[in-house]
Design a protein around this ligand. Structure first.
Ligand code: NAD
Length: 351
């Protein structure tokens, strides 16, 4: 065996961690050797994949509406109880607008607002699904509160959050029923997985339009209403832990960047609107098991294994895990909290 062959063999049998000290003699030796051997990773071989923790073979497209699984409202803990808690957590008499409220996280957070005393406007591209779910939320409320004299008003409204005219028509429609808006939750958003170089530009723009423009357009429309009404209010933007870390193995650069933008938008608007008593905060969820995530896991079982292995609590979150977080941030209990990012991720981003 030649000296070079023996060096390659020894080097490759060492952990790749050696490569993480780029100035070390071992790194230099390895790099030189690798560069003489096409196909092995090295300084002049950026595409080999050995260093990459994302896998470009993972491609997941956001499903067409007809293939979307339906979410169901949460059953349990929505009735009257005798556990004492702070009155400042109540949303009694408030009107909460939830974008993306027909499904997934938006639906459960809307239900949390109803359980906490609010009336809710569900906004979604799929108005028919939002209408079905608004009836479902009210019937759950009635079955869990059979003696209540109050029935919450839960309405459904169409909007494409990325379209300014659609947003403005939607605000008019909400005000014609509810007369006022006090709070906003922006949950309309989606992710897709394509390797960055192959990402179809039209899909990238669409994703940015919904996740970033959609949050901005709804937030500014609600702030305009609050300022005209000379009323205080609060908003919660749904970001993602992907705005702080880079997920592996699925490639999703535009989504990650869009969620970093959502988080910083919350902070920026919090400063801009503090004078008007409008608080703006962000929630950054980790991996949550919605109906859609369940479908993706069933179709890509290796992803679930990988994801769970990286979560310190050893499991994915349930949409219900966001109920307390969103009610807290919307309510007066968070009166001095603005521009914050509440991470709900089972500890994923700590490590
Ligand atoms: N599920 C997770 O694990 C997870 C984790 C972190 C962050 N998030 C974020 O939470 C938010 C909700 O995600 P989800 O898992 O509930 O998704 P989901 O697909 O179940 O629900 C999203 C809803 O938004 C609606 N929507 C999509 N585009 C729209 C548009 N242009 N205008 C109006 N409505 C539109 C959809 O019709 C759907 O009802 C998203 O912003 C997502 O990025 C989700």
């Amino acid at each position: 065996m030649s000296l070079r062959q023996s060096l390659i063999r020894q080097s490759l049998s060492r952990p790749l961690l050696v490569l993480s000290t780029p100035r070390s003699p071992a790194f230099t030796t390895l790099s030189k050797l690798y560069n003489k051997h096409p196909g092995l990773p090295g300084e002049n071989d950026p595409g080999s994949g050995t260093h990459s923790r994302t896998d470009k073979n993972v491609k997941i497209q956001y499903p067409l509406e007809k293939n979307m699984p339906r979410s169901v409202p949460y059953q349990g803990h929505g009735g009257v109880h005798d556990k004492r808690t702070l009155a400042s957590f109540s949303l009694e008499g408030r009107t909460v607008v939830v974008t993306g409220g027909a499904r997934g996280l938006g639906l459960i957070m809307a239900q949390a607002a109803v359980i906490s005393g609010a009336n809710v406007a569900l906004v979604d591209l799929n108005e028919a699904e939002a209408a079905k779910q608004s009836s479902a939320i009210v019937s759950h409320f009635k079955s869990e509160n059979p003696d209540s004299s109050h029935t919450p008003t839960v309405t459904a409204h169409h909007a494409d959050v990325s379209n300014p005219d659609s947003v403005s028509a939607c605000i008019t429609s909400i005000l014609s029923t509810h007369q006022k808006i006090d709070h906003l939750i922006t949950s309309a958003g989606f992710t897709e997985n394509f390797d960055a170089i192959a990402y179809p530009p039209d899909r990238m723009r669409k994703l940015w339009g919904v996740n970033v423009d959609g949050t901005y357009l709804f937030a500014t429309a609600v702030a305009r209403h609050l300022i005209e009404r000379k009323s205080r209010g609060s908003m919660v933007f749904i970001g993602s832990m992907s705005g702080k870390i880079v997920n592996i193995p699925q490639p999703q650069a535009p989504y990650n960047a869009s969620k970093a933008a959502v988080r910083h938008l919350a902070a920026s608007l919090a400063v801009e609107w503090a004078h008007a008593g409008i608080r703006v905060n962000c929630i950054s969820p980790g991996y949550m098991m919605t109906a859609l995530t369940r479908k993706i896991m069933d179709e890509n079982p290796e992803l679930e294994k990988k994801w769970v292995s990286l979560i310190p609590t050893g499991k994915m979150g349930s949409p219900e895990d966001l109920m307390g977080a969103v009610v807290y941030l919307l309510s007066d209990a968070a009166g001095y909290t603005t521009g914050a990012d509440l991470v709900v991720d089972g500890g994923y981003t700590i490590t």
